[in-house]
Design a protein around this ligand. Sequence first.
Ligand SMILES: [Fe+2]
Length: 256
Amino acid sequence: MRLAHISDLHITDAPGTAGLTRPDAVTRARALMADLSAFPDLDLVVITGDTVNDARPEEYTVLADVLAGLTVPFLIVPGNHDDRALLRGCVPDRPYADPDLLFHAWQQDHVRVFALDSLSPGEVGGRLLPPQIDWLECQLARPFDGHTLVALHHPPCAAGMGRLDGPILIEGAGDLGDLLDTETLPATILCGHLHRPFTARFGHSMVWAATSTAFQFALDLGAPDEPPTVTEPFQYAVHLLDDAGGHVVHHRFPDL
Ligand SMILES: [Fe+2]
């Protein structure tokens, strides 16, 4: 199975006025959807939040149009820039496990993905509250012999990025780690939020963070202030997950 991971599209309907977001963010997002749609034999695209910049209805209208250009099945979770109800309205046809939050499960053959909702309204950091943790515990208890992935917006562990490491997953990270540590095959956590690509070990699991089409922070380890944005080649990860437990991650650098 082939799975691509992207994040932090920060779609705006007002190019040039949306904070750090590049004026060409929507154009780049459309080009990314075309690139993903042309990628051979891709089974799933995981989009880990901050789909829009300012959580306004007009932005979700643009987001829906951008996503219409993606011909590969996709999973989407909210980030701190999202509005839960508006995102649900934009992507209504999902087996959400809650009338409010957007967490749900996805499975194809030997791969299962738990899409989690770490949005905490009014906060930059994220939270996984006990009801969602309890749901995940029940899901993980089901007999399964394959790859387990979790998709959420906020990284569950620090990345050595100074100030940016403050508002990550500020509640529920320990519970998440404890649950995933019981998996026989190391679990994979897909996230975004820091607007830089990085990989980390988190207990028995591996964390893969995707960067953003809208803006990327400079690599400034331990910086006390928010780093400047930087223009670097955009990349996204493609995870190859075979039925013998093999897991290879490639990186594609599309010309957006
Ligand atoms: Fe973001």
